[in-house]
Design a protein around this ligand. Sequence first.
Ligand code: ATP
Ligand code: MG
Length: 243
Amino acid sequence: MIALRVADLTVTYGPVVAVSDLSFCVEPGETLVLLGPNGAGKTSAVEAIAGLLPKRRGTVEFLGADISRLSASTIARSGLALVPQWRELFPAFSVEETLMAATTAAAGRQPTPLPAVYELFPVLQERRRQTAGSLSGGEQQMLAIARALVTNPKLLLLDEPSAGLASGITRTLIATIARIRHSGVAIVLVEQNMEIARALGERCCMLSAGRLAWSGSMHEAIERNEAERVYFGEHRQSRPAEG
Ligand SMILES: Nc1ncnc2c1ncn2[C@@H]1O[C@H](COP(=O)(O)OP(=O)(O)OP(=O)(O)O)[C@@H](O)[C@H]1O
Ligand SMILES: [Mg+2]
């Protein structure tokens, strides 16, 4: 059974079309990378899939069930977890309180026990009594991912986990996400950092101005220099050059 099937997804903000007729699938245990320049519609797409934004058109199937019209909390309880681009932690909650609060999103299923989560993120165990707001950027990203894992997801949507982080964290992020993938969780990884994308992605979809510009294997994408074409070249549609 396919983990995620997105068909003709269209997301709009008033007159602005952020995502236009986007279709893709993710197999169980697979990591799909969603690439594309700033403003391409990556966040809008994953937030609409997770039920946080209304869909103008299109359907989303998760493990064979149509979740297109379900609320974000119902979708989260069914095992689809989003780690949002801006992390959205409660700064006054301790690390442990943040993780405990997330267990309610696993209601009806088995939450992942905290020791198993700490095993993946030893730094969070060390800091478990510290407030989320006092963690470093990299630690906050680890906490945001850990909070999603507590819900024992079958599919994890990660929206630019490397955004705003020093490049030194890249290897830790890659190793952590690789371990999550190894545990059998399907992953949709939004990334612009090609080192992370190529280390983890099996297939990739490239968005440009809200549309699917290219999709195929990560290997082929690199061979054919597709990312450069999407960012700078012929796939690019309406956005003027920046700077
Ligand atoms: N709340 C909003 N109101 C109006 N337009 C929006 C809103 N949020 C996003 N947009 C527009 O929708 C388009 C897609 O934005 P989105 O944030 O999904 O892109 P992105 O690919 O995630 O970009 P980034 O890489 O910078 O995170 C952009 O043109 C953006 O300006
Ligand atoms: Mg984004």
